[in-house]
Design a protein around this ligand. Structure first.
Ligand code: NAP
Length: 177
């Protein structure tokens, strides 16, 4: 009898919420309170390796994010991030994430920000979990422009603002065309 084995090749997925003006952050924090979107973030990333810049790590209210391998990118040689893996460049982050994803048989590694890391790694993204927030807040961190013609929308869901959300938003899933 033939012995079939399947090898999962994990996809590189970005998870990000942006305002209508491209803003994703303000003063080292999120520019809105969107409890429903945080729940979605948890559902998407749980069990998968997550890659983030040191400033996003610093901004987390609870560190590490539980149930996921947290990988932090920094140029600081002696940086310590309790409960996370610290790496010195994006390629090293990808290697660690892929190794973990293969060992756990999960199909995605997630890049979770912030602006510097999205910009540096954008050409690697194969899937975007993009929350389009219906607001244009002030901020100092922006997502690079997403060229829609390079992406294929595979899911879209509009959400009115819930009780613990500052704004309405649209949840989009985009795959690289
Ligand atoms: N709306 C969203 O979905 C979302 C998601 C995540 C974050 N955010 C927001 O985005 C903001 C943070 O973004 P940010 O751009 O300021 O910071 P960031 O991308 O989270 O982290 C930047 C840091 O990462 C390290 N780094 C960046 N590129 C590197 C490279 N090529 N090699 C080695 N290390 C590198 C450096 O750390 P060192 O300085 O330690 O060397 C750099 O200062 C916050 O406001 C946060 O709340 C929003």
């Amino acid at each position: 009898m033939a012995n079939f084995t399947t090898t999962i090749i994990p996809k590189i997925a970005f998870v990000v919420a942006r305002g209508a003006n491209g803003v994703i952050g303000a003063d080292g924090d999120l520019p809105w309170r969107l409890s429903s979107d945080l729940q979605r973030f948890k559902a998407i990333t749980s069990g998968k390796p997550i890659i983030m810049g040191r400033k996003t790590w610093d901004s987390l209210p609870r560190r590490p994010l539980p149930g996921r391998l947290n990988i932090v990118i920094t140029r600081q040689a002696d940086y310590l991030a309790d409960g996370a893996i610290v790496v010195s460049e994006p390629g090293e982050a990808m290697r660690a994430a892929f190794e973990q994803a293969r060992s756990d048989s999960v199909d995605e590694v997630c890049v979770i920000g912030g602006a510097q890391i999205y910009a540096t790694m954008m050409n690697l993204a194969e899937r975007l979990y993009l929350t389009e927030v219906e607001a244009s807040p002030e901020g100092d961190a922006r997502l690079p422009e997403i060229v829609e013609s390079e992406w294929h929308e595979v899911a879209r869901e509009a959400h009115p603002a819930g009780e613990r959300d500052d704004h309405a938003f649209v949840l989009r899933t985009l795959d690289r065309a």
